[in-house]
Unconditional design. Structure first.
Length: 152
């Protein structure tokens, strides 16, 4: 079932890693992009006035271009950038957890869609990495002669 996939921790880690790699690629290529994200998970420092916050929808689009793009960075699985809001262009540092990004958009076209609904903290602790599982998985993969075409 789809729920088993989208609610799975490993799937969420995969999505988070994919979002990060895509955004880093866009940083390297100097490609402006938009993010459609869950506003409930976004934080602003300093906080924005209620008149601005109440205008945000549950899914809000932020477009990273110009100064906003130049200030953007990823720290601890959070996309951080500076932006101006409202008619007074009130400045704030915006922090968006990567898994709260539902779409990455270029030129009005979604280039990435995050389907994960996993809610727990995804930071991998060193003791959680199961080296034997990785070795077993690789051995299983290599035991199939059809998979040799994927290796160089």
């Amino acid at each position: 079932m789809l729920e088993n996939v989208i609610e799975d921790r490993d799937f969420a880690l995969f999505m988070q890693k994919s979002i990060q790699e895509l955004i880093v690629l866009f940083f390297e290529k100097e490609q402006n992009f938009g993010i459609l994200c869950k506003i409930e998970d976004v934080s602003f420092e300093p906080e924005l006035p209620p008149s601005i916050v109440e205008e945000f929808r549950a899914l809000t689009l932020f477009f990273l271009a110009g100064y906003t793009f130049e200030t953007a960075r990823i720290e601890d699985d959070i996309l951080i950038f500076e932006a101006g809001f409202g008619s007074e262009n009130i400045g704030s540092v915006v922090s968006v957890p990567l898994l709260s990004i539902m779409q990455v958009i270029v030129d009005e076209t979604p280039v990435f869609i995050n389907l994960s609904t996993y809610k727990e903290d995804l930071r991998v602790k060193p003791q959680e990495i199961d080296e034997s599982g990785v070795k077993t998985s690789m051995a299983s993969f290599l035991s199939n002669p059809e998979n040799s075409k994927f290796l160089k």
